[in-house]
Design a protein around this ligand. Structure first.
Ligand SMILES: [Cu+2]
Length: 422
């Protein structure tokens, strides 16, 4: 692939060149006038016909001045042709989350998340994976729909304007924004909404973000086979398990009455965490009260009596001798403690999207066997570990997850799943 340069991604700007100062102010002032939006064909591609109609209507009716500027219509600075485009739209639905594969049970939970109109266009939980190849220019076009949201690509290292951290840059309403970044070194990352994050992340506005190495066949399909970075080299894996740990406090998700009346909205708890958003705070929580009562792996709930999850989205199936790569993300607010079978020779090859023993300043670290940690480890919120199981031995291997209070360490819930090799 020919190397691509995005001007503001290439080193530091010249001090004299104010336009190139990578500060929020410089970018945020690049707010389009409504007349620009309606006239510029390059820009109009960014906005739906409905949005432009509405804008024209508001101008015709005298609601907006012709030169109206709004943060609804930010244009991506230094936009170049992308190698890969993703669209993520906001949606909110009552989802029937699977409780377990065995009996087909489900439980309805209100989920906020991202849909992919280029894919299934259905709200899933977690949101659909973003998967790109190292070195690619990636565009993530976020259409927030109602209420402000953002997309923060966690661990990617983009320019400030593209980092999607609402309180340091901007939040999006209306027709959204195209986030532009260069895909960094291969690894396991995540993306999530960074508006009123404590609430929006809990409500489900996140998904895995995986960067694959630039080899034939990449980006790889979720589930494998593929290649991942190990030290300074690549390792082939036959099967990929994507384990996203989450916990749910169902009171937080109880955002509507039966008649559809809103109990709490996007800004709940934002202005002052001690102001009740509900007249009866014993029924509905404030943001400082998180007491999870449902425990999940990759959107599948652990049963209340038997926490074993055999759902094919979670449980891993492989053949003897296969190499298995587990990409594990803790998207819970509790500490997730993993317990692996001691007879499984598993190795931690990457932490937070960085290959241990990789090049540059990562050469001080090394991959290590899980036996060094007595086959158990703990991840806090947003942490990722990539665990490699080479030459998988035949058998049925169970991996346990304990959900531990982030302060006291008290056991709040459990989940278990299986790696079946045979
Ligand atoms: Cu949001």
């Amino acid at each position: 692939m020919a190397p691509v340069t995005i001007p503001r991604d290439a080193g530091l700007p010249a001090a004299a060149d104010v336009e190139d100062t990578p500060s929020f102010r410089g970018f945020a002032c690049d707010v389009l006038q409504s007349t620009d939006i309606l006239a510029d064909p390059d820009v109009t591609n960014l906005f739906s016909a409905e949005f432009k109609e509405r804008l024209q209507h508001d101008i015709d009716e005298g609601v907006l001045a012709p030169g109206y500027r709004s943060v609804r219509v930010l244009r991506t600075p230094d936009r170049v042709e992308p190698d890969r485009l993703f669209i993520r739209e906001f949606d909110r639905r009552d989802l029937a989350l699977p409780v377990n594969a065995a009996d087909g049970a489900t439980e309805e939970i209100a989920i906020w998340g991202f849909t992919d109109p280029l894919g299934a266009d259905e709200l899933g939980f977690p949101s659909p994976t973003i998967r790109a190849v190292q070195g690619e220019v990636v565009h993530v076009y976020h259409r927030p729909g109602h209420g402000p949201h953002t997309i923060h690509s966690h661990g990617i290292g983009m320019t400030p304007v593209n980092d999607g951290v609402g309180h340091t840059t901007f939040e999006l309403e209306g027709d959204g924004y195209i986030y532009q970044w260069l895909a960094p070194e291969p690894g396991t990352y995540l993306y999530h909404c960074h508006r009123n994050t404590v609430l929006h992340f809990e409500m489900g506005m996140y998904g895995l973000l995986i960067i694959d190495p630039p080899v034939a066949g990449a980006p790889f399909a979720d589930g494998g086979p593929g290649f991942a970075a190990r030290r300074k080299d690549l390792v082939h894996y036959d099967v990929e398990g994507l384990w996203v740990i989450d916990d749910i406090d169902r009171r937080w998700h109880d955002d509507r009455e039966d008649d559809g009346v809103l109990i709490h909205g996007h800004g709940a708890g934002l202005l002052c965490p001690f102001l009740p958003w509900d007249p009866d705070p014993t029924e509905h929580p404030h943001l400082h009260r998180f007491e999870p009562d449902r425990f999940l792996i990759s959107g599948v709930m652990a049963g209340q009596d038997d926490p074993l999850i055999t759902h094919p989205r979670v449980a891993v199936s492989a053949r003897p001798g296969d190499t298995i790569l587990l990409r594990i993300l803790n998207a819970a607010y509790t500490r997730a403690r993993f317990v692996f079978p001691s007879s499984l020779a598993a190795e931690v090859i990457a932490v937070d999207g960085k290959a241990l023993g990789g090049s540059g300043h990562r050469s001080y670290s090394q991959p290590f066997p899980l036996s060094e940690l007595d086959h158990r480890f703990e991840l806090t919120t947003a942490q990722r570990w990539d665990v490699l199981i080479p030459n998988a031995p035949a058998g049925e291997w169970e991996v346990g997850v304990e959900f531990r209070d982030w302060i006291s360490g008290a056991l709040l819930g459990r989940a278990r799943t299986r790696i079946t090799v045979g």
